[in-house]
Design a protein around this ligand. Structure first.
Ligand SMILES: Nc1ncnc2c1ncn2[C@@H]1O[C@H](COP(=O)(O)OP(=O)(O)OP(=O)(O)O)[C@@H](O)[C@H]1O
Ligand SMILES: [Mg+2]
Length: 328
């Protein structure tokens, strides 16, 4: 029987500023199965990072606030935990590879000290053993000369090395859920594939679950078991990966898939989706994607669609897949 390590139910997180309430995460529900990888995909500004920062309890405060829903991790609602209790879960229960490595690395401590400290906080081991594990972890992520990196501060490393050091820290206590926010975007293609296979190896070794955030449909296809597609804070489509690529249903998902560059031939122009993701303070009245959607009708511009079932375990937020559609 499937067991979910994480269940996010109807989660909403808003920013409050001079524009009023801005819904950055808008009634989002999904789950992550034990030992499986959930992919979260969408263009820049769709709410991928904010969704994962809510799970970590690290969304920007006080501007940002969880305004509804729950986040169940191993049956406990993380939105209701005290900061001290959440702190205990971070690192061992849930660890995160951040989009920006300096978010999680302390600029004035050596990489070795930071990883050793994390291990000492969560594992019942002495200082010597913790140091040894930290060094092992640093070499496991493919860092040449691990001793040198162990003794370096983050600013002394290149971007790629910093990213690896952060991954070593995230993996150091064998977390049960690993959240990776664009773990490879800043890296070149060879390093990218090394990091992705490192995450897969870790998963196979420890049985961990992974939440993988990316704007790259190719990475999703390679890594994820199930996928959620986000647009302007909402989930617009949700399915198993094979099903999503075989039967992409939301016009936004179709657009994302069509904009994957083909590997087997040169193309003069990629099929990009025209327009851009709306700012949260100027969301359109109807379907959030309607201004960019080639199929949009009057109804789409007026009303927001709910989620409907496209097939078993496949959900989509689009009038085109509901009874009574009059477009096309
Ligand atoms: N402090 C803030 N105040 C107001 N709005 C914010 C703040 N931080 C982020 N946002 C908005 O929240 C929305 C979601 O941002 P988020 O960082 O989750 O996007 P993302 O999908 O991770 O994008 P990217 O691919 O660029 O990382 C965006 O519209 C962004 O402008
Ligand atoms: Mg992001």
């Amino acid at each position: 029987m499937q067991e979910n390590i994480l269940e996010v139910r109807d989660l909403s997180m808003s920013f409050f500023n001079q524009h009023g309430e801005l819904p950055a995460v808008n009634h989002v529900s999904f789950s992550v199965e034990k030992g499986k990888t959930l992919g979260i995909v969408g263009e820049s500004g769709c709410g991928k990072s904010m969704t994962s920062l809510c799970v970590m309890g690290l969304y920007p405060r006080p501007q940002g606030r969880i305004v509804g829903g729950s986040i169940l991790f191993q049956g406990r609602d993380l939105t209701r935990l005290k900061p001290r209790e959440l702190h205990k879960i971070r690192g061992k229960g849930i660890a995160m590879i951040f989009q920006e490595p300096m978010t999680s690395l302390n600029p004035v401590l050596t990489i070795g000290d930071q990883i050793t400290e994390t291990i000492l906080l969560h594992e019942k081991v002495g200082k010597k053993e913790a140091k040894k594990r930290a060094l092992d972890m640093i070499s496991m992520v493919g860092i040449p000369m691990p001793e040198k990196v162990f003794a370096s501060c983050p600013h002394q490393l290149s971007g790629g090395m910093r990213q690896r050091a952060m991954i070593a820290m995230a993996l150091s206590c064998s977390p049960e859920l690993l959240i990776c926010d664009e773990p490879t975007t800043a890296l070149d293609v060879t390093v990218q594939s090394q990091i992705l296979s490192l995450i897969n190896r870790m998963k196979d070794r420890t049985g961990a679950s992974v939440m993988l955030i990316t704007h790259d449909m190719g990475v999703i296809n390679e890594m994820a078991d199930t996928v959620i597609v986000m647009y302007a804070g909402q989930i617009v489509e949700q399915a198993e990966t094979g099903e999503l690529f075989a039967h992409p249903t939301h016009p936004y998902t179709l657009g994302l898939i069509q904009s994957i560059p083909p590997l087997d031939r040169e193309v003069e122009e990629l099929n990009v989706i025209p327009g851009s993701v709306p700012m949260l303070y100027e969301l359109p009245e109807g379907c959030l994607f309607s201004p960019r959607c080639p199929y949009a009708t009057e109804r789409c511009r007026r009303e927001r669609p709910d989620v409907t079932r496209a097939s078993e375990n496949h959900f989509v937020r689009c009038f085109r897949h509901m009874p009574g559609w009059e477009g096309d």
